[in-house]
Design a protein. Structure first.
Length: 767
């Protein structure tokens, strides 16, 4: 992948060839249906055509034939998929009664979350986040600003993990893809209410959800609405030790911060589906999210040596996020096998935020105040066309094209001590992102033991924006062609055990915030004076190049009795044009002296590798006479290296050494009670960000447990506890820098955050 002066220039030949192949395949399949509708009535082969056709007498009585069966299990669907796919259904999602999606994801193989124990957080596959992990909802990228915590677990039908990208799901997945499928499309009736009350450190967190499924002839629908409120305390203590290496002077700071926040949110989505007798479908999927929150904080700063930047501070914040989306999909089944699928999506999102911070006694009798406010509005449109064609020689061909448009208008103001230091950037920021993609893939059952999945995808992204109407537009264009190959080999045609192989290319595109971002002044050093390197301002970099990765995955899967599975997966990624934040001293318009500014930069190459182990089975299926105890475990080990950064621990940013989950569930015989628990452990780690900076994160140990009482077939009571035996969450770091006098200094920081046990009681009612 590389930056190009014109949108289609660098890969024009490959893109046109791929587009021609995709369109040719699509038109060929459509032509078979349109030009000769009678094809559906013709026999599938010449041998069948030679056979006489016997017709039943007109008065012959036709016997009724009833076909019964069960839906394919998550494990069976996983086994049959040519590209690696792990599926977690409703049983896994609702087991612990989690209040956030992040708490569910931390138990999945190879997935870690940031932040304090028991608080969920952004998911990271293989320890990699910040754009390395692709997150989809119903196969579509999540809208900007969308938090998984705004999505109620009750609204999720299943979660799919794709460890390697495919041409159809997209290649912006260096670490992998999390596809969250919302509930809907049922043929059975369901009318369910869930009420829950959580308690964390004395703060109440009520929630309610309602789900309704029904069928009216060839029309079925799903409605799901959830509402919740949470209140949380987020206290912290920050210790800073600064030593002047030239003079020996030492400055120690202790800042104790007490903060709390509250948020109310509502999430509503629906799936309206019509199906005719031939299997053609039309689907509409509206979704609406509204979240409003407030927060307040107060801190005390004590310092020995030097002059303290302030003695204490207070802060308030309020924000509102809303998004409305309408998706549509139509599927037309082809007579000769396969289908044509058309999709569209319309969305509008808005963010409104205000933050006020006051630092007291900046100098004797003088206070400093910073007030920032912003309003952002995004309008998006997405569309895609896909054709799937099934051929007689065990080929399943898929080709398609995608087009996404996103436009943002942002208005922001920064008032600092009655002045507007960012007046050159305040006002309207406009930006537009256009993404186009063409792809084709072939899934082929080569022999009873071998299956192949080969794909080719071209994708181009054009980003344009302006921070000031009087300034020239900022633009960034890039494109990439990604070949992808997956293979499955069974030990024998009848074997349920198999090996998987994947050789892929994937990429990570810089997001709009890192390309075109209004500068942000560090609130700890407000004013037109200097700041410190460890507390930099932030700004964008329009010259970023996307990262490109070559990946290899090899997996061994053993499917045991029942729905059990034991797997081992090895992976490797070689990454080029790695993006990482770097801090430099810059002359800026918002200060009278140079200030430290952090911008995302391309710093070179990197690599990561690891092994992921998973086991899941019922003990009684393996040991005669053993209790029906469901056991599950997964463990992952990660390693990475960034070239150009001296070791040791020159790993990719915030990638731990691994993660471990151990869990069990047991239904007591002759009792309507089910017990379960899980232990999650992520070891602590140290990261060398540069030759002068090291960051350290403490380990996380989280124990969860639940009790489920089935009162009757329609009523269930679930009591759960998250983060039993809470511990301090510790993050620290060391930075070698220089002070305004040019003298070398070493700054060591340590942040201590307490965590809490969250208790919840929930009532599940089927009406």
């Amino acid at each position: 992948m590389r930056k190009t002066p014109a949108f289609f220039t660098p890969w024009r030949t490959g893109a046109i060839s791929l587009l021609g192949f995709a369109l040719g395949l699509s038109f060929n399949a459509l032509a078979q249906v349109v030009s000769d509708p009678s094809q559906a009535e013709k026999p599938a082969s010449q041998d069948e055509a030679a056979k006489p056709v016997r017709r039943a007498p007109a008065d012959a009585a036709l016997k009724r034939v009833v076909v019964t069966g069960t839906a394919e299990s998550d494990t069976e669907e996983r086994r049959r998929s040519t590209a690696s796919k792990i599926i977690f259904g409703r049983d896994e999602i609702e087991r612990f009664g989690d209040s956030t999606v992040g708490e569910i994801l931390k138990r999945l193989p190879g997935v870690t979350t940031q932040g304090q124990p028991g608080r969920g957080g952004a998911p990271r596959m293989r320890g990699l986040g910040s754009g390395y992990t692709q997150i989809l909802i119903d196969g579509e990228p999540v809208p900007r600003g969308f938090s998984l915590d705004d999505l109620s677990p009750e609204q999720i039908e299943r979660i799919e993990i794709l460890r390697a990208p495919t041409a159809e799901t997209g290649a912006r997945a260096i670490a992998g893809t999390l596809n969250i499928i919302t509930r809907g499309g049922y043929s059975k009736r369901l009318n369910e209410v869930r009420l829950a009350l959580g308690l964390e450190n004395g703060h109440q967190q009520p929630s309610a959800a309602w789900t309704r499924n029904d069928t009216l002839g060839s029309f079925n629908y799903n409605l799901s609405v959830s509402a919740n409120r949470w209140e949380r305390a987020s206290d912290s203590t920050t210790l800073t030790h600064t030593q002047n290496l030239a003079t020996g002077e030492v400055i120690d700071q202790t800042e104790v911060n007490e903060s709390s926040g509250a948020r109310n949110s509502i999430h509503a989505n629906a799936r309206l589906q019509w199906r005719d007798e031939r299997g053609n479908t039309l689907v509409l999927t509206p979704m609406y999210i509204l979240s409003e929150g407030t927060g307040s904080s107060a801190s005390q700063l004590e310092q020995t040596g030097g002059v303290a930047p302030y003695t204490h501070s207070t802060g308030t914040s309020d924000g509102r996020y809303s998004t409305a989306r309408l998706g549509g999909q139509g599927t037309y089944r082809l007579e000769q096998g396969g289908n044509v699928n058309l999709r569209f999506g319309l969305g509008q999102s808005a963010w409104i935020s205000n933050n006020l911070r006051t630092n007291y006694d900046v100098t004797p009798g003088v206070n400093s105040q910073q007030n920032t406010g912003s309003q952002q509005h995004d309008t998006s449109f997405s569309s895609s066309a896909k054709i799937t064609k099934t051929l007689d020689n065990e080929h399943s061909l898929v080709s398609g094209m995608e087009l996404d448009l996103n436009r943002r208008v942002e208005t922001a103001t920064t008032v600092q001590n009655g002045e507007t230091p960012l007046s050159d950037f305040d006002g309207d920021l406009t930006a537009a992102v256009t993404r186009a993609a063409f792809y084709a893939q072939d899934e082929w059952a080569l022999t009873p033991q071998w299956a192949l999945h080969a794909g080719l995808r071209w994708e181009g992204i054009d980003t344009r924006g302006s921070l000031d109407a009087a300034a020239p537009d900022i633009s960034n264009r890039s494109s990439v062609t990604t070949p992808l190959l997956h293979a499955v080999w069974k030990f024998s045609p009848e074997s349920r055990d198999q090996m998987r192989f994947s050789l892929t290319r994937s990429y990570r595109a810089p997001d709009l915030q890192n390309l075109i971002a209004r500068p942000s002044i560090n609130s700890m050093f407000a004013g037109r004076g200097p700041n410190e390197e460890i507390h930099p301002d932030r700004a964008g970099n329009p010259n970023l190049l996307p990262e490109l990765a070559t990946g290899l995955d090899v997996a061994l899967e053993r499917y045991v009795t029942g729905s059990g599975i034991i797997t081992a997966n090895l992976f490797f990624r070689s990454i080029h044009n790695l993006m990482r934040r770097e801090t430099a001293l810059e002359t800026v318009s918002w200060a009278d002296v140079p200030r430290w500014v952090s911008r995302m930069q391309n710093i070179g190459d990197a690599s990561t590798r690891g092994i992921e182990l998973e086991a899941k089975f019922r003990l009684s299926d393996l040991v005669d006479g053993a209790p029906k105890l469901d056991l599950r475990a997964n463990a992952s080990v990660f390693s990475s290296k960034v070239q150009g950064v001296p070791g040791p621990n020159n790993r990719l940013d915030q990638q731990p050494d691994g993660t471990l989950n151990l869990g069990a569930d047991y239904r007591i015989p002759n009792w309507p009670l089910t017990l379960g628990g899980n232990v999650n452990w992520t070891p602590g780690y140290s990261t060398r960000l540069s030759a002068d900076q090291v960051a350290v994160i403490s380990d996380k140990r989280v124990a969860d447990a639940y009790v489920l009482w089935s009162i009757n077939p329609a009523w269930q009571l679930r009591v759960s506890a998250s983060n039993l035996a809470p511990r301090l969450y510790n993050s620290s770091g060391v930075l070698d820098s220089v002070n305004p006098l040019g003298q070398p200094i070493r700054t060591a920081t340590e942040s201590l955050q307490p965590s809490y046990t969250r208790w919840q009681i929930g009532l599940e009612i089927k009406l």
